[in-house]
Design a binder for this molecule. Structure first.
Ligand code: ATR
Length: 285
């Protein structure tokens, strides 16, 4: 029942066609009997500043932030959490009586998914594919968790170099950079304990695509992770599973970033199991 007490949450991005956040959050809110409604704010880029002012003006309780605004929204916020500040990227904004506070639950969501899968990055050599916002959030947490070394591999090599500098500067973990098709990628994968794809390569609808790593390089101890959740089984993960390797798909990260956001918004523990069921059910449809 929507009434005068109903508080508004939402997702801010563009386009929002395939987002599962409204469904996942509304079902979670309803299951706890919380008087909130979660809506989609598909905002054109030139209206971003107006949209953020509107959050304050209308007393919107909070929003998730997604592509393409995770970095662009920073100048409009009043305060940032430690993670958001370090990563210069925000996926959650909470409205604290007119003060907009930015958080980043993408990295912590990824770590929660690893923990759930029994995967420990401490002491591991890691190959990270991609050098965008998602890569930065994931790399920051992997560095803080005490990984041994991170190789950043990216189509645009300069961005991989910047990410490697960011990792060492923020976490002290040694990091190196490589271009998408460089020879050292093979050596890095062979020496790694974890391979993590943070690029959209393989995401719906281009599900036949795969990052340029050859599954023949994979050894039996390698854990392969993908932040893509649609499809849950990307070609990369399928190739790893066919070789009997452990894999971690992006559903866990998506659910946990949402659960952490839910807790920031409402102050209530998130119904994580239900949220996962909603996402898995919807992906299966
Ligand atoms: P996100 O917030 O999801 O990380 P992003 O910041 O736009 O999004 O970063 C996307 C990352 O995926 C980048 O590292 C990008 O590579 P470039 O730096 O070369 O642009 C990578 N990426 C996106 N599409 C790609 C493709 N088709 N092939 C290879 N890399 C791709």
């Amino acid at each position: 029942m929507i009434n005068t007490e109903t508080r508004i949450l939402g997702i801010l991005g563009f386009p929002l066609g395939h987002s599962l956040s409204p469904l996942m959050h509304n079902r979670a809110l309803q299951s706890l009997g919380l008087n909130y409604v979660y809506v989609a704010f598909a905002v054109a880029r030139h209206f971003l500043a107006d949209a953020v002012k509107g959050l304050r003006g209308l007393g919107v309780a909070g929003v998730n932030v997604t592509v393409p605004f995770k970095e662009e929204i920073l100048p409009y916020l009043d305060e940032l959490s430690t993670e958001a500040q370090a990563c210069q990227a925000v996926n959650v904004v909470k409205n604290c009586q007119g003060r907009l506070v930015g958080y980043n639950t993408d990295g912590p969501g990824f770590m929660a998914a690893l923990t759930e899968a029994g995967v420990t990055p401490a002491g591991q050599r890691i190959v990270l594919l991609g050098a965008g916002g998602a890569a930065r959030a994931v790399a920051y947490q992997l560095g803080r968790a005490g990984s041994q070394h991170i190789t950043c591999v990216n189509r645009t090599r300069g961005k991989a170099e910047q990410l490697a500098e960011f990792i060492t500067g923020q976490t002290g973990v040694p990091a190196s950079a490589a271009g998408w098709d460089e020879e050292e990628v093979e050596k890095a994968v062979q020496a790694a304990g974890m391979l993590v794809n943070t690029t959209p390569v393989g995401m719906f609808p281009a599900t036949r695509e795969m990052p340029p790593v050859n599954p023949e390089w994979f050894h039996h101890e390698l854990v392969v992770c993908d932040v893509i959740y649609n499809p849950a089984q990307t070609r990369l993960l399928l190739a790893a599973r066919q070789r009997g390797l452990r894999t971690v798909d992006g559903v866990g990260m998506f659910v946990h970033q949402g659960a952490l956001a839910f807790e920031i918004f409402t102050g209530c523990p998130a119904p994580v199991k239900l949220m996962r069921e909603v996402v898995v059910g919807e992906l299966a449809r």
